[in-house]
Write a protein of this length. Structure first.
Length: 198
């Protein structure tokens, strides 16, 4: 379903009126159109299912990758920077750093594809917990492995800029699938890798 920019413009104009503003004054005249364009870009991920995103970024490399089934080799990409908007308040989730780890099962995914998956998932109205589970699900499909872990740290404007206004609060979430969830030695290895050089 395509994002309806005309309807967004209409509602942003109504919001400005509800705030007591004059949407026809010079500084606000183009605001509804600007917000509509921003929404089209920022919420692009709403247009795609997790399966479709996996299909977009599933280019993998297989040459020369020979791994026993019991392999504990971990591929990790740390500190992927994203931001998103919380579905509860439409508040910004910012300073977000995503770490994605997986154990290859005969395929490795291009590193830039992992960052693109995280970026596309962030382009939806989200919860931090769901960002982690969406990335994990897409990575499982794209890399064709059950063994995926996602760690996210971020700040939430609904806590830092309103309500409790706890400006230093950082939210951390972890999502574990496959052996990251069932094999303690692999989970411990992930923890060591994640905390190395922090």
């Amino acid at each position: 379903m395509a994002i309806d920019k005309a309807k967004i413009e209409e509602h942003i104009r109504g919001l400005l009126l509800a705030l007591g503003e004059n949407p026809d004054r010079e500084g606000l005249l183009e605001t509804p159109a600007r917000v509509a364009r921003m929404c089209e870009e920022r919420f692009e991920g709403i247009n795609y299912t997790n399966d479709e995103i996996a299909g977009m970024f599933n280019k993998s490399f297989e040459d020369g990758l020979h791994q026993p089934e019991s392999s504990q080799d971990i591929v990790m990409v740390r500190d992927i920077e994203i931001f998103s908007f919380c579905e509860h308040h439409l508040a910004l989730m910012y300073d977000m750093k995503v770490t994605v780890a997986y154990i290859p099962n005969g395929k490795i995914v291009g590193l830039s594809k992992i960052a693109r998956i995280a970026d596309m998932v962030s382009k939806r109205l989200q919860l931090q917990e769901r960002i982690g589970s969406d990335i994990a699900e897409i990575m499982q499909k794209a890399a064709q492995t059950e063994d995926v872990a996602v760690i996210i740290e971020g700040r939430h404007a609904c806590m830092t800029a309103r309500g409790i206004k706890s400006t230093n609060a950082v939210t951390m979430t972890t999502t574990s699938r496959g052996r990251f969830n069932t094999d303690r030695s692999i989970a411990d290895k992930l923890t060591i890798l994640y905390h190395k050089n922090l």
